[in-house]
Design a protein around this ligand. Structure first.
Ligand code: RB5
Length: 144
């Protein structure tokens, strides 16, 4: 997993959490594709959701992370794209299930709502949990 590229982006509401999580990913030795935003000026979350989606769909990144104030806008925007399974998570259990049952390829969190330590634990669960396949793949096929 250490050579896997992770794309990450945030709007102004998720910027601080992006800084925290990017540092953790780099400390783990992962390649981080940081697609912005880089300052606290107000921006539109769909623009940043699209950047991470494009990075995954064109193969520059294996998985992604999207952060906005609540996580809701980013998850709505990213899930408009075929092939994207963006999971808005709030705790380790939802992060783990997003991988086990849903094969989520984008982790979404709300920077204004989630505690940093919980967000770090969610990131670990997202990175370290495998998809269970089987009946879960059948359900994903129906979505696709
Ligand atoms: C920005 O103020 C805020 O609306 C955005 O970060 C996000 O929470 C939208 O869902």
């Amino acid at each position: 997993m250490s050579s896997e590229t992770i794309a990450i982006a945030a709007d102004h509401g998720g910027l601080e959490l992006k800084r925290v999580l990017s540092g953790i990913l780099r400390a783990k030795g992962m390649d981080v594709l940081d697609l912005g935003t880089q300052d606290d000026a107000s921006v539109d979350y769909p623009d940043y959701a699209a950047k991470v989606v494009e990075a995954i769909l064109d193969g520059r990144a294996a998985r992604g992370i999207l952060l906005c104030g609540s996580g809701i806008g980013m998850s709505i925007a990213a899930n408009r794209f075929s092939g994207i399974r963006a999971a808005l998570v709030h705790d380790v259990e939802t992060a783990r299930l997003s991988r086990q049952h849903n094969d989520a390829n984008i982790l979404v969190m709300g920077g204004r709502l989630i505690d940093d330590e919980i967000a770090k634990a969610c990131l670990d669960a997202f990175l370290d949990t495998a998809f269970e396949d089987g009946r879960h793949q059948r359900r994903l096929d129906k979505i696709a």
